[in-house]
Design a protein around this ligand. Structure first.
Ligand code: MN
Length: 712
């Protein structure tokens, strides 16, 4: 185990300004806190945080990271509290230790790695400070180095698989290739010991046979390119790690001997032209392995990776793979992890940010000058727009930031969303509008009797939740309209002295363009048709017999078309509609809007809907009411009424309208509170003056709070 002064010296060697006193205190604090605890190896537990701190020192990280490494297990595994840490080491260390502790807790919660991608994102999202992630990776590396001491094989394999699926890719993604290789190799050794052994043996055999091949091949390739006229190409190469070789053997389903890229070489040049030039030089200097050439420059991979790949029998008579790219492409390829990530994430708006972040990190790691300041100010910005939560079973659910338990419920299953009545976060009952945070365990309480509430729509953030809630409200509205339509029709039948039967409706379905009786109810309920209109269509003769009282629709239709249309300024033959938003009445100033295939829709001049046609003057039609003939038409005026919530108030409303000769064709409560109802009323009236009279009468009624005409 590294001793106190060794660690301090090591840190001081690359960071003379490190806080020696704090380092010493952290060392002692950790040693005391872990006391007599033992590792599986039999070593004192304290050796683990010291080794982790040592790994971090190798990475030349700042003092705060080293101290965090020393303290990283104290809160989770000893009696020390976060408050102790903050008090003794300050808020920055407190925050870092807290971050690492939280990461360790999610690790304990879920041992499934089938959701590795989500899990990796969760780890990143929770590592708000890059140093949290670096300490976590060092912690994992040391645990992997000492993995063989754990007796329980099941546990060993679980940890190794998690390392393979979660932590090695994370290390790769933040540009730590060495850490990644080491983690992968340790996990590989645990999971597939024989495969690793045989690959290592093969590699050793080849090395023995060929000596130090890689440097010789590099030199030869370099010379060949120079001879061919490319002066400033740089060539690099390496023997691939056993795990990478094994993966390739698996993916391509080939044996070791058939692998051409046990050694990988890379040529970087300045321009795209030089890429193809270099390719030509290599292809004419060495035999080409057929079927290995890939041009990712003219056809980049979906993650923007660009490069030429080829296989040749190289200068040492070995099959080798060569990648040729420009320096710009190389930079992207090194950050390919980021590009790949962004691509999968499909979040173009954050692309720049992630990319820049990784580029900076790589720069720092490569040049290793002054990482402290960089780490100090770098926050992990990735996935800050997402939040990751667990189901009670430990499944991970990824949601957009701001998501609530309702979003969570719908993400798990539509049925759970529809019947959700409450939610527990980490075991505590919370309001459904509560915003979820990373790592929350969410349990949804459901009830068969529950249905989606329109109020949910105000706080859900996922499309799925919103769509389901809206769909439910629409079906519910449909049912309300159905009921309303039926009620209006029954009333209309009664008023005209007929018995209501559904059968009689069937005879006029075609006339009203309704496939079924239900559709007719809907048309009436939604106010597209009036009850009176339908009754008159069914009983034309009889109604005509009662001439003078009501002029039936059929009678009107039998008159000349010109007379039937109460609007001047129309193109003959054009269909006419009155807008459902503003319900224009004779006497209103009006304007027509032409819609291709639909004819002319008449709006009142002050209708708010007209704003959407402001940029299409060619569709505006100057129209006006005809002076006469209006009385023959039934027009529907729409008003919004606010009445007090008290007995009889609705009765007063309908009585006043009736007394003034208005016929209610539709009535809908649009909003209700403890004290007031807001009601939308459609009234059949003769013209504007008729409606104005009714409005005046309503305003004079005590229980009625306010009356306004609907304005779109
Ligand atoms: Mn640890």
């Amino acid at each position: 185990m590294m001793r106190q002064f060794e660690l301090v010296e090591r840190v001081r060697a690359y960071d003379p300004s490190a806080n020696e006193d704090a380092l010493n205190r952290a060392y002692v604090f950790s040693m005391k806190a872990h006391g007599a605890q033992k590792r599986a190896s039999g070593d004192p537990y304290f050796s683990h945080p010291v080794e982790v701190a040592g790994i971090l020192a190798q990475m030349k990280l700042d003092g705060a990271s080293i101290i965090t490494g020393l303290l990283h297990d104290t809160v989770e595994d000893t009696v020390a509290t976060l408050e102790d840490i903050e008090r003794l080491f300050g808020p920055e260390i407190g925050r870092l230790v807290d971050g690492v502790t939280k990461l360790s807790r999610i690790e304990l919660q879920s041992d499934q790695t089938k959701q590795a991608e989500n899990f990796r994102k969760l780890v990143l999202a929770m590592s708000e400070d890059i140093r949290v992630l670096l300490v976590k990776l060092a912690d994992r590396l040391h645990n992997m180095q000492t993995l063989h001491y754990i007796k329980d094989g099941e546990k060993r394999r679980r940890i190794a698989r998690e390392t393979m699926d979660i932590y090695a890719p994370l290390a790769e993604r933040i540009g730590m290739h060495r850490m990644k290789d080491e983690l992968e190799d340790l996990a590989f050794a645990e999971l597939y010991p024989e495969a690793r052994q045989s690959i290592k043996a093969r590699l050793a055999f080849l090395r023995e046979k060929g000596g130090e091949l890689v440097p010789r091949i590099i030199a030869a390739l370099d010379q060949t390119l120079k001879n061919g006229g490319i002066a400033n190409a740089s060539v690099s190469g390496r023997e691939k790690a056993p795990y990478a070789i094994w993966r390739k053997m698996q993916r391509k389903n080939v044996g070791f001997e058939q692998l051409s890229d046990i050694m990988a070489f890379r040529v970087t040049v300045d321009t795209v032209e030089e890429c193809y030039h270099a390719l030509g030089i290599l292809h004419s200097a060495y035999p080409v392995v057929p079927g290995r050439f890939k041009d990712y420059i003219s056809t980049p991979k979906p993650n923007n990776y660009r490069s030429l790949h080829t296989g040749i029998i190289g200068p040492e008579r070995q099959r080798i793979e060569v990648q040729i790219r420009t320096r710009d492409m190389h930079e992207v390829a090194e950050l390919g992890v980021a590009a790949h990530w962004t691509y999968k994430q499909d979040r173009p708006k954050t692309e720049g940010k992630q990319y820049r972040w990784l580029r900076e990190l790589l720069d720092i790691l490569e040049h290793a000058s002054g990482p402290e300041e960089f780490l100090e100010h770098t926050k992990l910005e990735m996935f800050q727009d997402q939040v990751f939560c667990f189901t009670p079973k430990g499944d991970l659910i990824a949601l957009p930031r701001g998501a609530t338990p309702v979003d969570f419920a719908y993400a798990v299953h539509s049925q759970i969303g529809d019947t959700c009545v409450g939610a527990k976060i980490n075991g505590r009952l919370v309001p459904l509008r509560t915003q979820l945070v990373n790592g929350d365990q969410v349990e949804i309480v459901t009830s068969k009797a529950q249905t989606p509430s329109p109020t949910w729509e105000r706080f859900v953030v996922t499309g799925k939740a919103r769509a389901r809630i809206r769909r439910f409200i629409r079906t519910q509205q449909r049912e309300q309209y159905l009921d309303l339509g039926k009620t209006i029709l029954q009333k209309a039948f009664r008023q005209e002295g007929h018995d209501f039967t559904e059968k009689s409706l069937e005879s006029v379905l075609k006339q009203f363009d309704c496939p079924t009786v239900e559709d007719l109810y809907l048309a009436v309920g939604e106010g597209v048709r009036t009850g009176r209109e339908v009754v008159h269509a069914i009983f034309p003769q009889k109604a005509e017999g009662k001439a003078g009282k009501v002029v039936p629709l059929r009678a009107r239709k039998s008159k000349s078309q010109e007379n039937a249309v109460p609007i001047r300024g129309l193109i003959p033959g054009m269909a006419l509609h009155f807008a459902g938003c503003c319900h224009p009445l004779p006497g209103d100033r009006i304007v027509g809007i032409v819609t291709t295939g639909k004819g002319v829709t008449v709006h009142t001049i002050d209708c708010e809907t007209l704003e959407s046609f402001a940029n299409a003057p060619e569709r505006w039609l100057d129209v006006a009411w005809k002076e006469s003939g209006d009385a023959e038409h039934v027009h529907v005026g729409r008003i919004n009424v606010t009445i007090g919530n008290e007995p009889g108030s609705l009765g007063s409303l309908t009585t006043v309208i009736g007394k003034n000769g208005g016929n209610i064709s539709n009535l809908k409560i649009t909003n209700r509170s403890l004290d007031f109802f807001e009601i939308l009323v459609d009234i059949e009236v003769e013209d504007l003056r008729h409606l104005t009279n009714i409005i005046a009468a309503l305003r004079a009624t005590p229980v009625i709070n306010s009356v306004e005409r609907a304005r779109g």
